[in-house]
Design a protein around this ligand. Sequence first.
Ligand SMILES: [Fe+2]
Length: 266
Amino acid sequence: MLFAQITDLHIREPGMALSGRVDTAGFLERAVVRVNALSPRPDFLLITGDLIDGGSEAEYRHLQRLLEPLAVPAYLVLGNHDGREAFRACFPDLEYWRPDQKFVQYALDLGALRLLVLDTHDPGKSSGALCADRLDWLAVRLAEDRDTPTVVVMHHPPVAVGLPGMDRLRLLEGAERFAEVVRVAPNVERILAGHLHRGVTVRFAGTVLDVMPGAAHQVHYDSEGATPLALVMEPPMLQLHRLVAGTGLVSHKLYVDSYGGPQSFG
Ligand SMILES: [Fe+2]
């Protein structure tokens, strides 16, 4: 089992740049090329939210076109910049999620690995929420199987990580119960998240929270919260997760773009 992850695409309508200068569509095009060229090719691509920037159907249609060249299935996750109703309208026939469901949550039973995808979107807010409905769903899914290595997938990190500007926008509603639900499931191998536009790893509720840098722009590192949130053009990344028998999920962070090489050490 090998899968790739990218996050925080922030796709806008065709021809529209983010903040007037970030060509997020161009970044996604390059990420798709990179994923398609990986050898061995991953089984699927997980995209952990902020698929689009403004929550509109036009942006989701643009995203669909940009993902057409992707050679592997994509599993989509909602973030704060997404729009649940626009998503519902634009993705009526996904194999893994039905639009009659209230939230974009789903379980992927992949044999040796299980993914439980959560919907932390809280309309009108940049922070995230997991209400009782969504947390009940997670608790039931985890109780079904306490053995298979399981990855919990969500856009918003559920804990502060020392970035005051972004920590204010983390999962706020439901974070304590989320930790309780995860803590009693020893087979939660990892929590995969995005939202921060930075790479952060932290122990959480008996497992590991793994936050990916974005696939386009990043957020300026400011551990003191001294400056307003600002974007920074640090390199886009993807992550490649492999389930290794006897070890667990082994994850490699790769750059989307090429920076020269490989070159001989000699
Ligand atoms: Fe984002």
